[in-house]
Design a binder for this molecule. Structure first.
Ligand code: TRP
Length: 352
């Protein structure tokens, strides 16, 4: 597998080419429908997706409603969570159009059908080596592991390759899956489509935002750790959560991620809202202490999210519009999947 440095190099080259030729590329990215998005998603990936789609790169946003079954028992909320994701995306600035689509992968049978030939291109050993899958098995505390857990990286290759996505904006944890997708694309082309390769080898576009810690200051922000601020939280809820955030007992505020991770995390969040360097913000707060630090963050974050939250409330009242976005997303995605599956059949000599 590529080292992180090599992946970062590829990501930078790709970014430069996207700026020059946005239409030559296709972004495919996805989320599991586990609930509403929080500010970690917003700063870490959502802003980047909005930027790419506004540059004119055709963008497919996939909701991984099958993949979510691999480590979540609760299927009773999948449909509701899917719709909440759509609301979060649009409120954050994604504008659905012919070139920017949102759809659940369970609705694209021709994409799912790629799973069968793809399964034959990967060994069991490769599947059980995947470090992200191993971590997820541990984190979910699964005693017996369902086969979907081991094979979902192959399914993720179907997600990316059915529409020939070549740009996949993801975090570091998804690199093993991208490597798997690249292997499958290459192996398929070599084995079945030597003279006329069908699939691109997609590249991860790595986010520049460092991973955002939760309000406890050290762990990644996530729903399951109960340390998140949601895009859908009200301004008062946001204020109450930040007031309870962990800091330390040194009054003077300094930016020192190594020794003062909790304070540094709050400063980084302010910096993401105001575009100032965290050191400059720290200097200004100085001996104002944790109280002033928190008040500054509450104000900056609520201001940053205000327009999004207003749109969010409006979208909550427009379920028909949300449904229509999903329906047209499914239609466009299926059109691409039908074409790809036909090409695959032809390459594999299965036409009748
Ligand atoms: N595995 C991703 C996650 O857990 C979700 C996902 C599913 C995805 N299919 C994808 C991401 C395709 C990028 C491309 O967040």
């Amino acid at each position: 597998m590529d080292t992180y440095e090599v992946a970062l190099e590829k990501s930078k080259k790709l970014e430069a080419d996207i700026l020059k030729n946005p239409k030559k590329h296709r972004v495919l990215t996805g989320d599991r429908p586990t609930g509403k998005l929080h500010i970690g998603h917003y700063f870490g990936s959502l802003q980047n997706r909005v930027k790419l789609s506004k540059l004119g790169v055709p963008t497919c946003i996939l909701i991984a409603d099958y993949q979510v079954l691999t480590d979540h028992d609760a299927f009773d909320k999948i449909s509701q969570n899917t719709k909440q994701l759509v609301i979060d995306y649009i409120a954050a600035g994604i504008e659905p159009s012919e070139d920017v689509i949102i759809f659940p992968h369970s609705y694209i049978p021709e994409a799912n059908q790629l799973m069968l030939p793809f399964l034959t291109l990967v060994s069991n050993a490769e599947l059980s080596r995947n470090p992200t899958v191993k971590e997820e098995i541990q984190a979910a505390g699964l005693k017996s592991v369902n086969a979907g857990m081991y094979t979902y990286p192959i399914h993720q290759a179907c997600d990316i390759l059915f529409c020939k996505g070549d740009v996949v904006p993801v975090g570091k944890d998804q690199l093993p899956h991208l490597e798997m997708t690249r292997n499958i694309a290459r192996r398929f082309n070599e084995k079945f489509a030597k003279n006329n390769p069908i699939f691109p080898e997609p590249i991860a576009l790595l986010s520049k935002t460092p991973s955002i810690a939760g309000l406890d200051g050290t762990q990644k922000m996530s729903k399951s750790r109960n340390n998140a601020i949601y895009l859908s939280s009200t301004e008062d809820e946001t204020a109450n959560l930040i007031k309870k955030a962990k800091t330390d007992s040194t009054r003077i505020i300094t930016f020192d991620p190594e020794n003062r991770p909790e304070v540094a995390n709050l400063l980084s969040l302010i910096s993401l809202c105001t575009n100032e360097e965290p050191e400059v913000i720290a200097d200004r707060i100085g001996d104002g202490g944790a109280g002033l630090l928190k008040r500054t963050l509450i104000e900056a974050l609520n201001e940053e999210l205000r327009p999004l939250r207003i749109r969010r409330l409006e979208l909550e009242k427009a379920p028909d519009y949300i449904d229509s976005v999903l329906r047209s997303g499914v239609k466009s995605a299926r059109e691409m999947a039908v074409v790809t599956l036909d090409e695959v059949r032809r390459a594999m000599n299965m036409e009748i």
